[in-house]
Design a protein around this ligand. Structure first.
Ligand code: CMP
Length: 139
């Protein structure tokens, strides 16, 4: 399936100069970067993005962290890119992430884990819509 997904380099990754390395991994994998922007996420947008986690005890921390500095928002297109991106990222907890994944190579804690990728088709469409307008994406 040709799919689109939403990837995001979190504030820890941007701060640590990992943006170019991570984008290169996507290109090397054969995915197309069809949207790209660096921004500081407004609190309200962060709460919408993480709406499914609203009841979790770490929700406040999560929103504080994701709004703590610039992120890089990325729209990716490719064959089965939704699960492919998740595989490249590795497990949420870097301690459990497989060797060679982005989180195994670059992340240290479950809260500051460098990268986000949409979990499924529904989240991908929703999250892409939160961060990009259609006219901002390559065709
Ligand atoms: P992600 O899967 O991108 O989106 C939800 C995030 O919640 C997840 O990454 C983690 O960074 C974060 N998260 C999950 N569990 C915890 C936790 N126990 N404490 C802090 N953050 C967490």
């Amino acid at each position: 399936d040709m799919q689109r997904t939403y990837a995001m380099i979190k504030p820890d990754g941007v701060r640590r100069q990992l943006t170019a390395r991570i984008l290169q991994r996507f290109i090397d994998k054969g995915y197309r970067v069809i949207g790209l922007k660096q921004l500081v996420i407004p609190r309200e947008l962060a709460e919408q993005h993480y709406a499914e986690h609203r009841e979790r005890p770490f929700f406040g921390e999560l929103v504080d962290f994701i709004t703590s500095g610039p992120v890089v928002a990325i729209a990716l297109e490719g064959e089965n890119v939704i699960t492919g991106l998740r595989a490249m990222m590795g497990a949420t907890n870097p301690k459990d992430a497989a060797p060679g994944t982005i989180r195994a190579d670059h992340a240290t804690t479950i809260g500051e884990n460098v990268i986000h990728g949409s979990a499924n088709e529904e989240d991908a469409a929703r999250e892409l819509g939160l961060f990009f307008g259609d006219a901002e994406l390559l065709r």
